[in-house]
Design a protein around this ligand. Structure first.
Ligand code: GLN
Length: 483
């Protein structure tokens, strides 16, 4: 079936003219229409846009000019701006907002002859780890539809796992690509901060946010990462480095690879069943020549606490632009202040309001030094500690998520437990490091993700290592039960 193919396979078939771009696009549109009622992965499709783009790509294919993503339909998290397609961040406050421009990543996808399939569900403004704070709908985990797909890129992860899209883009501020990838048994990659343009990504925590791919294998994730990276003059934090180069993706051997395993990400930090799967995978990799060394990175323990100062502080500033005047929802009010208050009161959900309040508090005159400045100091220490580790080791390995997919609603009453889900993923955002999650095996029939981190700008190496690890763990691939 067309919809079961990888992005690489689809592009190859399109280039070989075994199938047309329009047929591919239509197959995915039909499949989403048939099955997404069970998953709730997509907030919306835009079939007219998708088919028009597919027809335009086909003309280039016919002229022999097809790009790397020839005819590959791509699902986009709904915080990525799409020209002419409503973009809501799963928030009521952006209901009806149709961006007048494409995010740079969307332009890059179109330039590589990919096609936009639709917009996927997320936690409101990407704040959450279960996709349950979406103002519109719940998303279900394809491995067990009573369970959460994780979050905040839960819609993108569920779409790829259920083969509703070959690949997707998500965003990762504290783990939102890697954690849902882990819970849905797929690959999720967060590039080095600055390697992928944030232009057109609706901002949450600007010093932490990064767009990245979700895919069913490392090769597809690498392909999409290579297309969506490189210097962008429209993003002031974009790095001058060239796009991620995947030409040597398959060249790396596991033999002699030096991997640090931080004590702080095992033991109490992780459930016994997740730990058992990761340890089993480590044994297999050890037999292939990987050298594991236990290390201590003490600041890891402060990651979640520090993140929940910095991310809300930045969010409280970024979300100031939603005032009922410039975008989306506008409530009736007597005068300007009343209008803004009523719009925000009706438009933002509880989690978003909580974060704006925490962030505003942490940045206020009396508390700025006590909270925000100290959090930035801890962030600097964490960066130094990781830099030290990377002097002696190629990578840092850990579980991605401390637990497997949990029941929908199970963690709602326990905000701390929900926040601790990002314990292992947050350091990558704090340090701007590339990080990838790939499936390592199963516990109780649910996928368990393994995370690999590397020093900033080592995107190519981390993808190469993940590719080799994926090959060494064949038992870790699998498909969820599908109708
Ligand atoms: N779960 C974290 C949060 O709620 C991270 C979210 C993200 O990476 N966007 O903030």
């Amino acid at each position: 079936m067309l919809t079961g193919l990888s992005a690489f396979e689809i592009a190859a078939k399109v280039r070989a003219k075994e199938v047309s771009c329009v047929e591919v696009a239509q197959a995915f549109i039909d499949r989403v229409g048939e099955l997404d009622g069970q998953y709730g992965a997509f907030l919306r499709l835009a079939p007219e846009v998708t088919l028009e783009q597919a027809a335009a790509v086909q003309e280039r294919v016919d002229r022999g000019e097809a790009g790397l993503l020839a005819g590959v339909p791509i699902a986009l998290k709904d915080n990525i701006s799409t020209l002419g397609i409503e973009t809501t961040c799963a928030s009521k406050i952006l209901e009806g907002y149709v961006p007048p421009f494409n995010a740079t990543v969307v332009e890059q996808i179109l330039a590589a002859d990919g096609v936009v399939l639709g917009k996927t569900n997320l936690d409101e403004f990407a704040m959450g780890a279960s996709t349950e704070t979406s103002a519109y709908q719940l998303t279900k985990n394809p491995w067990d539809t009573t369970r959460s797909p994780g979050g905040s890129s839960g819609g993108s992860a569920a779409a790829v796992a259920a083969e509703l899209a070959p690949v997707a883009l998500g965003s990762d501020t504290g783990g939102s690509i890697r954690q849902p990838a882990s819970l849905c048994g797929i690959v999720g990659f967060k590039p080095t901060y600055g390697r992928t343009s944030r232009y057109g990504l609706i901002a949450f925590g600007s010093s932490l946010d990064q767009i990245g791919p979700l895919a069913r294998n490392v090769e597809d994730a690498a392909l999409l990462a290579s297309v969506t990276s490189g210097k962008d003059p429209r993003d002031g934090t974009s790095l001058p480095n060239p796009p991620i180069d995947i030409s040597s993706l398959k060249s790396r051997s596991l033999k002699g690879m030096k991997v640090a395993v931080p004590d702080e990400m095992f033991g109490d930090a992780t459930s016994p069943e997740v730990q058992a799967v990761i340890e089993e995978a480590m044994k297999t990799l050890e037999a292939e020549g990987v050298v594991f060394t236990r290390v201590s990175i003490p600041s890891i323990k402060l990651g979640v606490t520090t993140y929940y100062i910095i991310a809300p502080a930045e969010a409280s500033s970024n979300l100031g632009r939603f005032d009922g005047i410039r975008y989306g929802l506008r409530a009736e009010g007597k005068g300007h202040i009343d209008l803004v208050e009523k719009t925000r009161s009706a438009g933002f959900g509880k989690e978003v309001k909580t974060r704006i309040m925490i962030g505003t508090y942490a940045l206020s005159a009396g508390y700025y030094d006590a909270y925000y400045v100290r959090a930035q100091q801890v962030r600097a220490i964490m960066q130094q500690e990781f830099a030290q580790v990377y002097q002696d080791y190629d990578f840092v390995l850990s579980p991605t998520s401390p637990i497997t997919a949990f029941k929908i609603g199970e963690l709602n009453q326990d905000p701390l437990a929900l926040k601790l889900l990002d314990y292992c993923t947050i350091p990558a955002n704090m340090g701007g490091m590339p990080g990838i999650s790939i499936n390592a095996g199963f516990a109780g029939g649910l996928p368990v993700g393994l995370q690999l981190l590397a020093a900033p700008l080592e995107d190519e190496s981390v993808l190469q290592a993940a590719y080799a690890i994926e090959k060494a763990l064949p038992g870790a691939s699998g498909r969820p039960p599908m109708p």
